[in-house]
Design a binder for this molecule. Sequence first.
Ligand SMILES: Cc1cc2nc3c(=O)[nH]c(=O)nc-3n(C[C@H](O)[C@H](O)[C@H](O)COP(=O)(O)OP(=O)(O)OC[C@H]3O[C@@H](n4cnc5c(N)ncnc54)[C@H](O)[C@@H]3O)c2cc1C
Ligand SMILES: NC(=O)C1=CN([C@@H]2O[C@H](COP(=O)(O)OP(=O)(O)OC[C@H]3O[C@@H](n4cnc5c(N)ncnc54)[C@H](OP(=O)(O)O)[C@@H]3O)[C@@H](O)[C@H]2O)C=CC1
Ligand SMILES: O=C(O)C(=O)Cc1c[nH]c2ccccc12
Length: 426
Amino acid sequence: MTCLRELQGKMANDSHFNHDHGSRRRVWVPGPVIVGAGQSGLAAAACLKDKGVPSIVLERSNCIASLWQFKTYDRLRLHLPKKFCELPMMPFPEDYPMYPSKQQFVEYLDGYANRFGIKPVFEQEVESAEYDEGVGLWRVRSVGLKGDEMEYVCRWLVVATGENAEAVVPEIKGMENFRGVVHHTAEYKSGSGLRSKKVLVVGCGNSGMEVCMDLCNHNAHPSLVVRDSVHVLPREVLGRSTFGLSMWLLKWLPIRLVDCFLLIMSWLIFGNTASVGLNRPKVGPLELKGKTGKTPVLDVGTLAKIKSGDIKIHPSIQSVGNHRVQFVNGRVEQFDAIIFATGYKSNTPSWLKEKDMFSEKDGMPRKPFPHGWKGEHGLYAVGFTRRGLFGSSMDAKRVSEDIEKLWKAEAKHLSMTVGRSFTLQR
Ligand SMILES: Cc1cc2nc3c(=O)[nH]c(=O)nc-3n(C[C@H](O)[C@H](O)[C@H](O)COP(=O)(O)OP(=O)(O)OC[C@H]3O[C@@H](n4cnc5c(N)ncnc54)[C@H](O)[C@@H]3O)c2cc1C
Ligand SMILES: NC(=O)C1=CN([C@@H]2O[C@H](COP(=O)(O)OP(=O)(O)OC[C@H]3O[C@@H](n4cnc5c(N)ncnc54)[C@H](OP(=O)(O)O)[C@@H]3O)[C@@H](O)[C@H]2O)C=CC1
Ligand SMILES: O=C(O)C(=O)Cc1c[nH]c2ccccc12
């Protein structure tokens, strides 16, 4: 505490403190520094502001919600009903549909940032954040587009860079020889440029399934690589959203029973998905989501296209050549394009110099949900729960409540110290 106040005073008065040894500008931030202006960063900043705690949001891109604005395909909609995706303190507009489109979702987030007066510092990529034991503060270093370097010094650091910060592309034998188009779903917008082309989509999560559907709608010929097993669920059951119904049932029933219910419903609606090459995991969909974070596919029509043969299913890729792909079952086929729908990963290992709270292996908090939001020395995480937007909102509330207490205690301490010195001076 003494160190902090000494440093604050020194920084305010000493021009040396506004630069480090190089040309990096140094700024003292009285409240938390939040890294990332996706929905997690915005929710954290809004909750803090609501509690009277000012914060600063650093974002590498030039806008809020860059994942949704730049790295998603045109046909994307929220796949959970809007009430499960709202950020704290601001519901979606009533005239929005149950599953808002990407544009509507981005507009909602823009409105959210405006409503809470959140103005992130854009084009600031955080390249390192390290706790300085000596002064008891975090040093957050960023670099701007023009190479301008900054150091933000703060007591609290909120990591909100997300589970989807970097695209994952697997290494495949011979991939460098492929002469067709290659994309990750983060770059895919629509199938309009792939009309009548043979396209191999690798990965059968929600992205892979939806991209296949989109390709069908644009008269391309998609094939899908399913390397293991997958739970495909109908998006709606008995006229209600499957997710909403599951959450409701979970109030009374254990997860395994709810999973049984979901599997029976899926069987009644789809029949046996294994007969078209989509084997189900041994563990039920909600239990698997809770244990591993693997999201079940919420079907938006892809399964019917698989059944009709418009989308072919293949096992893992063995090797790739010129235009040719060999699968592990020995089959060989020609393709014009390959789209990797192989998911995303966190990027914290590349910039967060910390080993206790975040795993260096996958960049996720080590503690299981719901304990992963808080670390040591004022370090927090928002949006690493593998529970979508609902998880981000939960984290943002917890983190802001925790920081509010420390902020108020600090303010009280400061006012007492100032009060005492005022009395002494008189
Ligand atoms: C295609 C897709 C669809 C989804 N649909 C749903 C859904 O319907 N319902 C649901 O609940 N969940 C959904 N999810 C999951 C949910 O959207 C994500 O969990 C959500 O985007 C997470 O928000 P976030 O703010 O944590 O991360 P992001 O939205 O990824 O935001 C993180 C921000 O941090 C920035 N950043 C990263 N590294 C740095 C750095 N070093 N320095 C500065 N800034 C940095 C990024 O540019 C980004 O803007 C979806 C995810 C994807 C990929
Ligand atoms: N709102 C919406 O409609 C949408 C939501 N989303 C959400 O976005 C997040 C990311 O989804 P998504 O992009 O689908 O990523 P996921 O991580 O959910 O899925 C990746 C898929 O790729 C497979 N895979 C990984 N590596 C290989 C490989 N080498 N060979 C073959 N297959 C491979 C995985 O298989 P395995 O399981 O065996 O590891 C898995 O099926 C999820 O939370 C999802 O729910 C995504 C799209 C639409
Ligand atoms: O879209 C996602 O990735 C989500 O994590 C949302 C989500 C949280 N729990 C679920 C259970 C079933 C389907 C989606 C989700």
